[in-house]
Design a protein around this ligand. Structure first.
Ligand code: ATP
Length: 199
């Protein structure tokens, strides 16, 4: 599904609210070293629910908030919005346009919104599951990632194929169901023990 707009406000080097419009076809982003090209892809990753600060080249998630420069004071919050064209319903959401917003305050408070409604991180992750652009997919390849994929363990590489084939979603649901089943079995054993004690 086409990403049509990216709105970055207070994320890393983007102290000013900046809107990037993506047309059809290929978009190239060019600029001198250190001008913020990688920060743009990281903003996309972050809005989609990235929770590992290291993946965003930071030690702490708050490192993504504009930290100040010679001319500007640091900011207290970062916000990124992604707008997708969902006319073909490639995202499991019944609207022609889907916007995902993530906000983080320096106090540590954070928020996710889908079409301006507050949601949980889980909802954002589920929206992207099997869309081919979720957290670990190869839709976004950052510097050094190609080497990392080539050197990854077979099980890790298998996950990449599973996501592309659309089975990861079911695998995760199976794991949740399995864990509930295990808990129920444990409870049954406990009940049987109690019944035996009472007999
Ligand atoms: P290259 O072409 O060398 O890969 P690039 O254009 O991809 O560079 P980025 O790596 O996206 O550039 O941006 C790096 C810049 O972002 C640095 O100048 C860094 O100081 C700035 N930066 C990163 N985090 C923050 C932050 N929290 N606050 C302010 N600036 C930041």
């Amino acid at each position: 599904m086409p990403l049509t707009e990216l709105i970055i406000d207070g994320f890393k080097s983007f102290a000013e609210k900046t809107t990037v419009h993506f047309g059809s076809g290929i978009t190239g982003i060019v600029g001198p070293n250190g001008s913020g090209k990688s920060n743009i892809t990281e903003a996309i990753r972050w809005a989609m629910g990235e929770s590992r600060a290291k993946t965003l080249r930071g030690n702490n998630m708050k490192d993504i908030i504009f930290a100040g420069s010679e001319l500007r004071k640091p900011l207290n919050r970062a916000e990124v919005t992604l707008v997708f064209d969902n006319k073909k319903r490639e995202l499991n959401f019944d609207q022609d346009q889907v916007s995902i917003t993530r906000r983080l305050l320096r106090s540590g408070d954070s928020e996710y919104l889908i079409n301006n409604q507050n949601v949980r991180l889980k909802d954002v992750r589920e929206l992207f599951l099997d869309s081919g652009i979720s957290q670990n997919s190869l839709a976004i390849i950052s510097q050094g990632r190609v080497d990392q994929i080539l050197n990854s363990r077979p099980e890790e590489r298998r996950e990449i194929f599973e996501e592309a084939a659309g089975v990861l979603h079911f695998k995760q649901q199976k794991e949740v169901a399995q864990s509930q089943l295990n808990k129920t079995n444990d409870n049954l054993i406990r009940i049987n023990d109690l019944v035996k004690e009472l007999e």
